[in-house]
Design a protein around this ligand. Structure first.
Ligand SMILES: Nc1nc2c(ncn2[C@@H]2O[C@H](COP(=O)(O)OP(=O)(O)O)[C@@H](O)[C@H]2O)c(=O)[nH]1
Ligand SMILES: [Mg+2]
Length: 203
């Protein structure tokens, strides 16, 4: 991978709820999804190398899909991708179905968005796997999308227990599970390289 890919330039593009206001499907997209407070915005900032997304103190605040443009490299062959921050689920405690908690526009995005190249399902490694995460995984598998799991907040799991906890998460999903921490930087670079390859495979 070229060194130019180490220096992405990210900028906020749009916030939308209505599919008619989604940006044109012109650039490959990678969506980040997961429960409120799992670390979506923090990871997006770490991946993009700048603080473009707001990290909230109050869970459940983001109610729109946020699109961020990311430019890689420069000169003769700049390439572009988009990071997409989806509203968190699992904030309304009692709801039983992911799709019931989620507004219709998110389902529209996940099932019909032609430029969506990869979905990253974020789960919190420092707490037990939640039923809502399992349901989200089933939902994603049913869409037929390419997806992976990113296990966040790995720094909160003592290193003596980390391998065992990671193994348990890996057994729970049919796709790769990559542990990350934005505090220590663990796994951030690998996640970035993996998503660039998925979004822009021909390099
Ligand atoms: N210890 C630790 N805290 C994190 C990590 N990632 C996110 N957080 C914290 O988790 C909270 C929620 O993060 P945020 O990115 O807003 O989550 P979002 O609701 O999924 O977008 C914030 O207080 C973050 O500082 C991590 O890797 N390690
Ligand atoms: Mg957020």
């Amino acid at each position: 991978m070229s060194r130019a890919l180490d220096r992405p330039v990210a900028s906020f593009l749009a916030a939308a709820t209505d599919p008619s206001r989604f940006p044109p499907e012109s650039v490959p997209e990678v969506a980040l999804m997961g429960r409120s407070n799992v670390g979506k915005s923090s990871l997006l900032n770490a991946l993009a190398g700048s603080r473009v997304a707001r990290v909230s103190k109050t869970p459940g605040r983001t109610r729109e899909i946020h699109f961020y443009d990311v430019r890689l490299g420069s000169g003769k062959a700049p390439v572009a991708l988009r990071l997409v921050d989806l509203p968190g689920y699992g904030y309304a405690r009692v709801s039983r179905e992911v799709t019931r908690e989620w507004p219709v526009f998110i389902e529209a995005f996940l099932s019909r968005r032609a430029s969506l190249a990869l979905c990253l399902l974020l789960v919190d490694l420092s707490v037990p796997l939640q039923e809502s995460d399992r349901r989200m995984a089933e939902f994603l598998a049913a869409t037929g999308r390419s997806w992976r799991v990113v296990a966040t907040k790995a720094d909160r799991v003592p290193s003596s227990r980390r391998e065992v906890v990671i193994r348990g998460f890996r057994e729970a999903f049919p796709v790769p599970v990559d542990p990350v921490s934005v505090r220590t930087g663990l796994g951030v670079r690998e996640t970035w390289e993996g998503l660039v390859q998925a979004a822009i495979p021909v390099r």
